[in-house]
Design a protein around this ligand. Structure first.
Ligand code: CA
Length: 222
């Protein structure tokens, strides 16, 4: 695996490259956004690790440019106080994010996860299932290990979006826009729908879980 690190703090970059190398992961580093884009275009990488706070071209602008050209997995890195940027980055097509400070272990686990998803054959869009759980599109039912639960329309909408993007974060904004309609939903009713879905999933120990990513959204985990 080859990783492009776009990060302007030299001490951070050095530590990262050592951690990656010890796990057999090759990396290249770019110290600002412009250099990051140049290297991205010149060379082949499997994953981009992109700091959002960068000189010259911002991380979000780098991400925007990358997404015009490629579906390469991108993990964005943020400081604790820039949650709004994380949401924007996920909306722009980032695959995952890390908040500084993060450990080398955590980084490597995330890198491997996004790289694996990128190379996995994609399932046909109508086959909405994950683990022992599936959605019956015609009956508006969630089927957990053979047991069927009737869903309300919006519960169904939330669950299908989470399943389509299983293992990845779906932002609250996206859920509200796509399920309720832009400007219609509110986080309180979204929370209620998530709670109802969780109650159904929790009837089975092996069912996927809906994990809350605080301040950002949700992720369905197998
Ligand atoms: Ca930085």
């Amino acid at each position: 695996m080859r990783v492009l690190i776009v990060e302007d703090e030299p001490a951070y970059v050095d530590a990262l490259r050592v951690a990656l190398a010890s796990d057999g992961i090759e990396s290249e580093a770019a110290m600002d956004g412009r250099d990051g884009l140049l290297r991205f275009r010149e060379d082949h990488f499997d994953v981009v690790l992109l700091d959002l706070m960068l000189p010259s071209v911002s991380g979000l602008d780098v991400l925007r440019s990358i997404r015009k050209e490629s579906q390469i997995p991108v993990i964005v890195v943020s400081a604790k106080d820039t949650e709004a940027d994380v949401v924007s980055a996920l909306e722009l097509g980032a695959d995952d994010y890390l908040t500084k400070p993060y450990s080398g272990r955590e980084l490597i686990a995330r890198l491997r996860a996004v790289a694996r998803r990128a190379t996995a054959p994609s399932e046909p869009a109508h086959a909405l299932s994950l683990g022992n759980c599936s959605l019956d599109v015609d009956r508006y039912q969630l089927v957990v290990d053979g047991e069927a639960f009737d869903l309300r329309r919006k519960e169904f909408g939330v669950m299908s979006l989470l399943m389509e993007r299983a293992g990845r974060i779906v932002t609250r904004e996206r859920l509200l826009d796509e399920v309720w309609g832009i400007g219609w939903g509110d986080t309180k009713s979204l929370d209620q729908h998530i709670r109802r879905l969780r109650r159904k999933l929790e009837t089975n120990d092996d069912a996927p879980r809906i994990v809350t990513i605080r301040g950002v959204g949700y992720r369905l985990e197998d």
